[in-house]
Design a protein around this ligand. Structure first.
Ligand code: ATP
Length: 322
């Protein structure tokens, strides 16, 4: 291969820039040119391409978001849109792609492979950590640390005012952020989509903890844990018990910010491995890290198989809630 493209797509995640840098520099080392595709599939359709040499990616490893921008593209969901994108790639002499994103991004990549025989290798970039084939996705560690910082601050207020707080964290349909942040933040209760917790159970746990002498509680709620999120869950608990509580939805502050060292190292490693894998002639796989080793998982499995949460961590959280 003489020229490859790289793009970021779906939700931005801290560490995407470190991955872009790794792609540009690894490819340069292999004598392969890199083209940056702006705004994900939307930019691919419009031919928004720019050369991405090793110097163009200087001073970005510490930056959150993505220098290539990202977008969600309705047009790419159509065969016509994808044919237009494939045409633009061919015109620009782009022979293969590194796709940095989540499961939607990889579903799009699979279509490009099937319909247009364009080789694609995926790099898992999403704060949600909901991809099969990697222990951690790029951006997850940063999002957890950002949410944790917020929870530590809220805990000061919860303790001072002897209050219960429901704190909603991101994660879409998965509870990885909530579980990790809940344990690290010493939450009394963690509500996860994977392990349904009823308002009744929460009411009982709060009542029991207050009987034991607790005067404040932090309840971490994954956004997908209850229809309507933390606000609705609080209302249901309030309806049962009359308990007062404050609700905080952390929202988009969890998506941005400078990536942690862990995310930068992961992104560097996966971006470099993806580039080598693509240039050596492999396509249709996602590069991940499993038990410390770089691994390849078919994209078709990465988007269809469900990564389980660690139930022993759920038990640990309950055991330590006191
Ligand atoms: P995140 O997990 O952070 O949300 P993501 O990659 O899952 O990231 P999506 O918005 O689901 O984000 O997908 C990104 C883009 O990929 C979509 O806007 C769309 O253009 C394309 N895409 C998603 N699913 C498909 C599909 N089934 N076929 C073709 N393209 C798709």
């Amino acid at each position: 291969m003489k020229r490859i493209g790289v793009y970021t797509s779906g939700g931005d995640a801290p560490g995407m820039n470190a991955a872009i840098r790794a792609v540009a520099r690894t490819a340069a080392g292999l004598g392969v040119e890199v083209v940056g595709i702006r705004r994900g599939y939307a930019g691919m359709i419009e031919g928004e391409f720019e050369p991405l040499g090793p110097r163009d990616v200087a001073n970005i490893i510490q930056r959150g978001g993505t220098i290539l921008l990202t977008a969600r593209s309705k047009a790419f969901l159509t065969e016509e849109g994808r044919a237009k994108a494939a045409g633009k790639l061919k015109e620009a002499g782009i022979e293969g792609l590194v796709a940095i994103g989540g499961d939607g991004t990889f579903r799009g990549a699979l279509k490009l492979i099937e319909e247009h025989r364009i080789p694609v290798v995926g790099v898992p970039g999403t704060i949600d950590n909901d991809l099969y084939g990697t222990d951690y996705t790029i951006g997850f560690d940063t999002a957890v640390n950002t949410a944790l910082d917020a929870i530590d601050r809220i805990r000061d207020t919860a303790a001072s005012h002897e209050r219960v707080f429901f704190i909603e964290v991101m994660g879409r349909h998965a509870g990885f952020i909530a579980l990790e942040v809940g344990i690290a933040g010493g939450a009394e209760i963690i509500a996860l989509p994977e392990v349904p917790t009823s308002p009744q159970e929460i009411a009982e746990t709060i009542t029991a903890s207050f009987k034991k002498g607790k005067r404040s509680s932090i309840i971490v709620v994954a956004e997908g844990a209850y229809p309507g999120g933390a606000q609705a869950l609080f209302k249901a608990v309030h309806g049962l018990t009359g308990f007062e509580a404050r609700v905080t939805v952390l929202g988009h502050i969890q998506r941005g910010g400078s990536p942690t060292a862990k995310d930068r190292v992961l992104a560097s490693r996966l971006g470099a491995a993806a580039t080598r894998t693509l240039v050596e002639g492999t396509s249709g796989v996602m590069i991940g890290e499993v038990e410390g080793e770089v691994t390849l998982t078919p994209l078709s499995e990465a988007v269809t198989k469900k990564k389980p949460i660690r139930l022993e961590l759920v038990d640990l959280a309950k055991e330590l809630a006191g």
